[in-house]
Design a protein around this ligand. Structure first.
Ligand SMILES: C[S@@+](CC[C@H](N)C(=O)[O-])C[C@H]1O[C@@H](n2cnc3c(N)ncnc32)[C@H](O)[C@@H]1O
Length: 257
């Protein structure tokens, strides 16, 4: 090895095929954390404000790197004709397919819906039926969205660009790919672990790129017309310093590849 050269884990090196969604849900969502409930509240109110004055016809939503988390999709439900859950890890794809099957999603997600339904737009929706009716799962790679061939009218990306690689270039590419998947004016929500040094799911370790509020802002600003960043100082587990939630709208600039 070259002296002084740091080897960083790239996205393709991580054991995604070994990702255990049930353990991940146990670790993160089965007992809802204050931080996640606060994020859901902020995202609900932001989307509500964006769609005030009526929902445009045929809005399609996307959750990129959906993994074993259904609350971003639930937060888009009242506003969408269709929602796509794009996910790379096969075990997570299977988990999500089960969640959107006619059997209905797991009770773990009810607590998040309870927060959403405090708002009238969400109360007007019957989530379990609607999820199986309009939400679809696709196995895919976030990096394939780079050239903007596919675009959605509302989007979410939760703990993905920062939680899939240690490399700065892959973090920026991840953010750019998500932004290039949004049409001009599309509202979005993106969440990041603050200063994460990586995470363990069951027997496997997954990489992270350390971000703070400034880094998140710098990465998103070129693509956004409207941007608010919430720095949530809630610790979820050792190895990071909280969560960052970015809410905004895609601008109409042509994104730089
Ligand atoms: C920390 S998990 C976040 C999962 C979920 N969005 C959440 O909020 O809990 C990171 C997710 O990114 C997915 N992922 C990793 N590399 C990806 C890629 N190249 N394209 C799409 N998803 C990817 C992983 O499979 C995993 O589901």
């Amino acid at each position: 090895m070259e002296r002084g050269r740091v080897i960083m884990d790239r996205n393709a090196d991580a054991p995604w095929s070994q990702f255990d969604p049930e353990v991940y849900v146990d670790n993160n969502y089965r007992t809802p954390l204050e931080a996640d409930l606060l994020i859901v509240r902020l995202m609900r109110d932001y989307f509500g404000r964006c769609f005030t004055g009526g929902v445009p016809e045929s809005v399609r939503g996307v959750d990129v790197g959906a993994g074993a988390n259904l609350y971003p999709a639930l937060s888009m439900l009242p506003w969408c004709e269709k929602v796509l859950l794009l996910e790379y890890a096969q075990p997570n794809v299977e988990y999500l397919e089960k969640q959107v099957s006619p059997g209905g999603y797991d009770t773990a997600w009810d607590a998040f819906w309870e927060v959403l339904r405090e708002s009238p737009a969400y109360r007007a929706v019957e989530p379990k039926n609607l999820v199986s009716e309009i939400v679809r799962v696709e196995r895919g790679n976030l990096f394939d969205l780079e050239h903007g061939h596919r675009r959605w009218g509302v989007g979410t990306m939760f703990f993905v660009a920062d939680s899939m690689s240690e490399c700065p270039d892959e973090f920026h590419r991840g953010v750019r790919c998500f932004m290039n998947a949004l049409s001009a004016g599309a509202p979005f929500a993106a969440a990041f672990m603050k200063e994460s040094v990586g995470y363990r799911v069951g027997e496997h370790d997954y990489p992270a790129y350390r971000v703070n509020e400034d880094r998140v802002r710098e990465s998103l600003e070129p693509f956004t017309g409207e941007l608010e960043i919430h720095d949530l100082h809630h610790m979820v587990r050792p190895g990071h310093e909280g969560m960052i939630l970015a809410l905004g709208r895609r601008n109409s600039e042509v994104a730089v590849p």
